[in-house]
Every structure is written in C-alpha cells, then in structure tokens.
Design a protein around this ligand. Structure first.
Ligand code: CAA
Length: 384
C-alpha cells in the first residue's frame, strides 16, 4: 500500500538572536517569568536583509540538496507574515531556488495553522498523483510591539518539508480532527507591522481548539490516546505546549505528565515563535533527540489564531535514523549572532516603505538576501 507523508525536512532561522534574560533585565522583569513562566530562553531576530522569503528559501535549499527536485511539481508557501498582498512568497522562493517553471507556486494563509493546511493539501496532491512531490515551506517572523506582553514571545524561523509517497520520515495518517471558530484572539491588520493580540483570550482559545479538534479526531475514528506515543504542539512559547498537553491529559485520561512530549520543546525555546513553522520545528526537535522512534505514532496539534486547530497523527518510518540529519538544526541555532537589547530595539524600528527605493545593508550570512526595494518591487539576491 502506498503511504504518504513527510519525506524529509530542514530548518532555517534568522541571523540574530536576542537573549531573554538580558531583555527581562532591561524591561525590569524577573527573568524567571520569561525563562520558566513562558519557557523561552532566546528569540531569533532577522537582519535587515532577511525576511520570510530568505529564511524559507534557505530551509528549502538545505532540503533540496538532499532530495533533489526532479519530482517536485508544487511549492506551497505558508506564512502569516506575508510580504505582498498579491504576489506569493512562493514565487520569490521559486526563483531563488532555481526551480523549473513547471513547479506551481502559491501562498497559504490562516495564521500559524497555514503550514498544516499546506501539508494537508500536499497530501491530497500526492494521493492524486503519487509520482509528484510537493515542497511545503513554512516561514514566519513573529513581531509584537516593544514593551508589550507579547514581546518575549517573538521569534523567526522556517521549516521546509518534502511531501511524497513512501516517505522516509513520517507517514501522515488519514484521520484528523478539525476545529474552526471565528475568534478575535490575534490578528494583524493590513496596515500594521506588529500583531494585535488579546493574550489571555488567545491562550484560552488555543486550549478550547485542542479539545474540539481532539473530540472531532476521536469521533472520526482516530486512534485511542494510549496508542499515541509522542505529542508535538504548536509552540507560541513552550509553556503553552505544556499547558496544552496537560489539558489534553485531563480531557482524555492519559498520564498527567509531560514524558510523552520528549525533547520536542528544545528548539522553540531557543527560536521563539515561528508561527507556521513552530509545530514542525517541534517535530524536528523530537526526531533529533531520539533515534529510537521508528514505528512510533506522533500526535501533532496545529493552532492558528482566528482560529483553526487540527489534531492529526504520523508514524515515524523504519530506517529514518540512518538518513535523518540529527545535528543540522542545532548547528543552525548555534550559528546565530547575538544582538544587544539596544541593537534589537533599533532593528525592531526599521521599516522600509514600499513606495521608496532603498537598499538594505549586507548582514546575513545566509545564501539569500532581501536586497531592498526598487520601483515598489522587492528585490532578492542569491549570495551563493
Ligand atoms: N518566575 C516564574 N514564573 C513566572 C514569574 C517568575 N518570576 N513571573 C510570572 N511567571 C509566570 C506566570 O505565573 C505565568 O504562568 P502561568 O501561565 O502558568 O500562570 C507565566 O509566567 C506568564 O505570566 P503572565 O501570564 O503574567 O504573562 P503575560 O500576561 O505578561 O503574557 C501572554 C503572557 C499573554 C501569553 C503574552 O506573552 C502574549 O500575549 N503572547 C502572544 C500571544 C500568544 O503567544 N498566545 C498563545 C496562544 S495563541 C497562538 O498560539 C497563536 C500564536 O502563535 C500567536
């Protein structure tokens, strides 16, 4: 029987990193609130010549170097920090990656859930034509106002996934549970560069969404909770995933501890929120930390404010431990360049109006850069 799922994935992040102990001290907050209360130790922050396109293309470049592009027919780019109202980030990435013109390119949006929507669409595409492969890119810059309660939950990152038949990494099982509800917990108006958020409501809405999605999953014939070995959650901050898991444990009767989460929080603790990429960065952290997961079923919960939630499962494929690149993400995170709080605040304030020509300074060490704006169009260049 043909299985369908994630064949391989790769993570990229931004050039800079901000230490949250330093930010807490500067803000007059006990660092314990950020480090323990939110479960975050640092956050990635983009250089002026980086954005969702450069991060997403970088993650995809790493992935495609391993897998090749011969069977890729689609590029689905999921983001909630889109750079244009009309042209998809996928088309910019398509050129940077030098993909053939027969690869379709389109953008998906529904807050942090969009990556899972793209993944589900990719599974359907491959089911229709098992010879085709779909490149899914999830990439976001999470940006809140300075001195706001959301500030320590900023971050930036991208995860690229290749969806194929007979995947090497994770077969995605067909049953999933969905919860869509109109909630004003978090959004970003068209003329705003930072998100508007009702923090308390967003936390409650996330938990409600998980319960509804789980109930739908169970009603549709999903696996009993004791047949799910590990759990990975969307992680706007890692304590949110812990709260979610404990709430699901109370709801389903599974053990009320976090053992089944493994080390799935370790990358997001360092990355900060990467919105659409966050769940899949959690998956990468889990797979990197344990080479004995073959045959194990992983439950994944994706949440996008506004809101859509989905609970689904995947089975880790035999032999993944021989091909999986365990150290790759740790190396990407370790390569970031520290930013002082005052330098971070200056960068946070940078905004390039779309109607003024401008060049960005060369800062990023990555293979692609956002070079600036010319005739109202964004310019990207390859440095490799
Ligand atoms: N030591 C240890 N813990 C401490 C502490 C200390 N010194 N001081 C406070 N804490 C704890 C608090 O007790 C609290 O823990 P509990 O939640 O377990 O009670 C935790 O630190 C956070 O403290 P507050 O609730 O007082 O924090 P806050 O109100 O200032 O901010 C927030 C929290 C509302 C989530 C805010 O960070 C925010 O608005 N974030 C952005 C929105 C968000 O991420 N929402 C998540 C759900 S929505 C979603 O998932 C989509 C998405 O990606 C945005």
């Amino acid at each position: 029987m043909t299985t369908i799922g994630i064949h391989d994935l790769a993570l990229a992040t931004a050039h800079h990193v901000v230490d949250l102990s330093e930010l807490a001290t500067d803000r007059g907050v006990d660092p314990g609130k950020y480090l323990t209360g939110l479960g975050q130790t640092s956050m990635s922050f983009p250089a002026p010549d980086e954005d969702i396109v450069t991060m997403g293309a970088t993650a995809a470049r790493t992935l495609l170097h391993r897998t090749g592009t011969d069977q890729v027919r689609w590029l689905l780019f999921a983001t909630e920090s889109g750079v244009d109202q009309s042209k998809s980030a996928a088309v910019y990435a398509h050129r940077l990656l030098d993909l053939p013109s027969h690869v379709r390119a389109v953008e998906f949006k529904q807050a942090c859930y969009a990556g899972t929507a793209a993944l589900q669409a990719a599974l359907g595409i491959v089911a229709r034509n098992p010879h085709d492969q779909v490149l899914v890119i999830t990439s976001d810059v999470a940006r809140y106002a300075l001195n706001s309660s959301g500030e320590p939950t900023q971050g930036a990152g991208a995860v690229a996934m290749l969806v194929s038949a007979n995947p090497g990494l994770l077969e995605i099982e067909p049953i999933s549970g969905v919860a869509t509800r109109d909630v004003d917990d978090f959004w970003r108006p068209n003329d705003a560069s930072t998100a508007v958020v009702d923090g308390r409501l967003s936390v409650a809405a996330y938990i409600d969404s998980l319960m509804l999605a789980w109930d739908d999953y169970a009603a549709r014939g999903g696996k009993p909770v004791d047949q799910i070995d590990r759990f990975v959650y969307h992680q706007p901050f890692t304590r949110m995933a812990v709260k979610a898991h404990l709430a699901l444990a109370r709801h389903t009767g599974m053990p009320g501890d976090t053992a089944a989460m493994g080390a799935g929080l370790e990358y997001n603790r360092l990355l900060g929120n990467s919105y659409t990429a966050s769940l899949y960065a959690g998956l990468a952290a889990l797979l990197d930390s344990d080479i004995t997961l073959a045959g194990q079923r992983i439950g994944l919960f994706s949440y996008g404010s506004g809101s859509v939630g989905e609970f689904f499962t995947g089975v880790v494929q035999p032999g993944y431990d021989r091909t999986w690149h365990h150290q790759a993400t740790a190396d990407v995170l370790a390569a970031r360049s520290p930013l002082s709080v005052s330098a971070y605040e200056k960068l946070h304030a940078v905004a390039l109006p779309s109607d003024t020509d401008a060049d960005t300074p060369h800062v990023t060490a990555g293979p692609y850069r956002f070079a600036g704006i010319e005739n109202q169009a964004r310019r990207y260049e390859s440095t490799v």
